[in-house]
Design a protein around this ligand. Structure first.
Ligand code: PTJ
Length: 243
């Protein structure tokens, strides 16, 4: 039992949830190590949403709202951490939601799909094909889901697929705490923030943005700005410690 008064309460609760989710098969064991890498970057970023990440979340909301065919891709860690929040985002953004796994088994797809459906999420289901040219199973997707999408939100991604999706002409919104990852570097909008903070922020902006703002935010997007901002933010924090 983790007391709410613990200074690292939030982080410990998230860890506990992910660890428990390995027992149900939602999260892979590799998912725990991936989270550890994310946590390290979150620590460097002060475990809060920076102003720059908040702007990226605003742009992400605008992109989802203008999309002809928006899709949210969900893996094990994302399902374990933000299933309810994705349900809310689906309602407001009208995005399709698709399960896409790196460590893919039929059993995991089923368990994760059931978890998402229990939260009220409507899923793209049925046959998948290797529409994304990749040697691993992240290449498997649905024709009426990711294959036909113009904008795809990919939380906790591996760089291969983000790059392949961009090469297919899609706009990619990534949520990844690592500003140095290939995913962050290639994404149209890299959101360098923790997924449990990022998704509710995007939903909030989807509710709030007016059509003029959506227009303005989606006109020119410079993803590398967000990477520079995150690295500069970390640099300043480190210099503060050394002072
Ligand atoms: O459920 P599966 O089989 O699809 O597997 C999911 C993982 C996450 C294991 C898989 O996609 C993977 O191996 O991802 P990577 O290549 O380790 O990339 C995950 C990225 O997400 C890393 O750069 C982490 O820094 C980042 N990350 C981890 N946890 C969080 C995060 N970013 C935001 N919020 C987090 N909670």
């Amino acid at each position: 039992m983790i007391p709410e008064s613990h200074p690292r309460y939030r982080s410990l609760i998230i860890r506990e949830r992910l660890a428990a989710s390995t027992k149900t098969g939602v999260v892979s064991l590799e998912g725990l190590t991936a989270h550890g890498r994310g946590e390290a970057f979150d620590y460097l970023l002060g475990e809060k949403t920076t102003e720059s990440a908040l702007r990226a979340e605003k742009i992400a909301a605008a992109l989802l709202l203008v999309a002809r065919h928006p899709v949210i891709s969900v893996n094990g860690n994302t399902a374990a951490l933000v299933a309810k929040e994705i349900a809310e985002l689906q309602v407001i953004s009208k995005a399709r939601v698709e399960v896409n796994l790196f460590h893919r088994t039929d059993e995991r797809v089923k368990v994760i799909s059931n978890l998402l459906k229990d939260q009220g999420i409507t899923l793209v289901e049925g046959d998948v094909s290797r529409y994304i040219p990749l040697d691993h199973d992240r290449g498997l997707c649905h024709f009426d889901g990711m294959y036909s999408a113009d904008v795809i939100l990919v939380p906790l991604e591996d760089g291969d697929r983000a790059q392949a999706l961009i090469a297919m002409g899609k706009k990619v919104i990534a949520i990844d705490l690592n500003p140095l990852s290939r995913t962050s570097k290639v994404a149209t909008v890299p959101i360098i923030d923790e997924v449990t903070r990022a998704i509710p922020n995007i939903t909030h902006f989807c509710k709030e943005l007016c059509s003029e703002e959506i227009q303005e935010l989606t006109q020119t997007i410079n993803g590398s700005e967000f990477i520079k901002d995150a690295l500069e933010y970390i640099r300043e924090r480190l210099l503060d410690v050394l002072d």
